[in-house]
Structure formats: C-alpha cells, structure tokens
Write a protein that binds this ligand. Structure first.
Ligand SMILES: [Zn+2]
Length: 310
C-alpha cells in the first residue's frame, strides 16, 4: 500500500530533468501557448480570492510573455498532465499582476490547496529564492549565469566556471516517545498554546539518525534509541526538507534547554484524546497538514495521518 504524501509534495509533477539541457526544447516550451508561468514576488505567490478560497494564478499567453520579458530568468519546473510549468520571479518589476490578485505567503493558504497546486507553488518559490541568492559565485565572486533551464547557475569567470546547484537544507523532525507517553515541546516563536515535535537542522558530516539524537539531547537532555524513519516533507520556507522520525527515549527524565525551547511536557495517549484536551487554548497540537501532526497521529495509532492525497 502506498503511504500518503505530505503537503507540498505531489506525484503529479514530472520534473523532466533530462529535458533541461535541451535549450531549443526549452525555448519552444516557454513560448508555446500551453505554457503556464508561476509568478513569485519576494517569496510570495499570486492568488485570486475572488471565489472565496484562494486560487493560485498561473499566467499564460500574452500576459505570460509580457511578464517573462521583464524578468531576469524563468525556470522550467516540469509538466503536470502534459502542460509545461515555469517559475518567474517578478520581485521589484513593474507588472500588471497586482490587478489580477494578491501576492500571499504560501504558508498562509497552502493547507487549502490541492496537493499538486501546493507543490507547484512551493517548488517555484524554492527555486526563485535560490536564484536570488546565488547571483555571484561563492568560489571566486564573479557573477553567475543561468543554465540548464534554471537548475544550474554557472560562474562567468572563464578560469572558474563553477556550477552551482539549488540547495535544500535537510532538517530532522521527530516525535520522542517512551511507553505510553510522547514528549511535546513549545518553540519560543510558537503561537500561544501550541505544542509540537522537536526539530533541527542536520549538520555537515552527520547522519539523519545522529542528528535526531543530537537535537533531542540538545533541546531536552534525553537520550534516544530506535530512531525510525516515517515520512518527509518539502519545506521551501525558505529552503528545507523535513525528514520525519519516531525516536524512543531511554527514560522520562528531561531538562529543557531554555536557549532552544520555551517548555516541554510528556503527554499520554489518554491525555491526547480530543475530548481530554484543555478547551481554554492552553494546549493544542500542530495543524493537520503538518508533518509534525502526522508524526503524532501515527504514534497515536491513526495510521492514515492527515487527509493528504496525490
Ligand atoms: Zn567562480
């Protein structure tokens, strides 16, 4: 049985990476009437709220040509049902797009989208973010130029010519459990009352499992065993992928590192039953569309996880 995917990841996007090197093909696709362009303005996506729920706006035809002409580059994302999609960064450009809709942070409405639309918008956002921050070569400092349909930036210095690839920073996210209890923490920036799993970035030279053990020990001084992979989620806010685990604590003793967390607490399965949760806002779990929530739900025995599809 195929396990459900997490939001911002969709099986419907064919990245067609083998076509990126074919410049003629890319020009042909980008100039075809079928092409759809995903505009991004300072990491925000264009949506229409005319129908109530936010609807992503994809540009095509005349409007697409006008916008692409004013942008520095466009990036081939791939095909969805045979339709080619491109990302285009319009930050700081004078375009008529504001009349069509509003640029909004994807995290504010991503949970309301179908999986494939959410994935396209997240992918476009992640790619344009990377381009903006890699205009110069990290090796020699010369400017870089776009190649391979926007999936590589090459240094323009003839003696360097280093190729730079889009970066994704791996972060581990883990539900720590012991017997009938799991450990939920409160990050300092969390909305009041929200409790979630622990998480942190993987360091160079470190395996995911080691990163889980290190982060848990750093945050709550708990040693863990049996670190088991569950699922992953692209998180291009701005440039991560979350790798989700369950991890078994060696004991219930813990000590919160206040530099990292505001607080933490063990919660039993019984306490986490919806009817037993406090109704005064002092405790609530992360959103249903988050991998954190899914890790908790799966540990509770709700295998299906949040309602996620293709
Ligand atoms: Zn260089």
């Amino acid at each position: 049985m195929q396990r459900p995917r997490n939001p911002y990841s969709s099986a419907d996007i064919d990245r067609a990476s083998h076509e990126r090197e074919n410049e003629e093909r890319m020009i042909e696709l980008a100039s075809s009437g079928a092409a759809r362009f995903v505009p991004i303005d300072t990491e925000k996506n264009l949506v229409s709220k005319a129908g109530g729920n936010p609807e992503p706006i994809f540009l095509q035809g005349m409007m697409a040509r006008a916008v692409v002409g004013s942008a520095e580059e466009h990036i081939f994302l791939g095909y969805v049902d045979g339709t080619p999609y491109f990302a285009v960064d319009v930050s700081g450009k004078d375009t008529p797009l504001a009349e069509m809709g509003e640029f909004v942070d994807l995290r504010q409405f991503g949970s309301l989208l179908f999986a494939r639309e959410g994935s396209i918008l997240a992918y476009a956002r992640g790619m344009t973010y990377w381009h903006k921050r890699h205009r110069y070569c990290g090796v020699c400092g010369a400017s870089t130029k776009v190649t391979r349909a926007g999936h590589v930036r090459m240094c323009t210095n003839e003696n360097c010519k280093t190729e730079h690839f889009p970066r994704t920073d791996p972060a581990v996210i883990m539900l720590v459990h012991h017997g009938d209890k799991c450990l939920l923490g409160r990050g300092k920036q969390f909305p009041k009352g929200m409790h979630s799993t622990l998480a942190g970035f993987v360091e160079p030279g470190e395996s995911f499992e080691d990163a889980v053990a290190r982060e848990v020990y750093e945050e709550v001084k708990v040693k863990v065993d049996n670190v088991t992979y569950r699922s992953s989620q692209p998180w291009p806010f701005p440039a991560s992928v979350m790798i989700g685990f369950h991890a078994e604590a060696q004991s219930l003793d813990f000590e919160v590192n206040l530099d990292e967390l505001a607080s933490a607490r063990w919660m039993s399965r019984e306490e986490l039953r919806p009817e037993n949760l406090p109704q005064d806002g002092s405790f609530f779990m992360p959103r249903r569309d988050s991998i954190a929530r899914r890790l908790i739900e799966e540990w509770l025995g709700h295998e299906a996880g949040p309602s996620i599809s293709g």
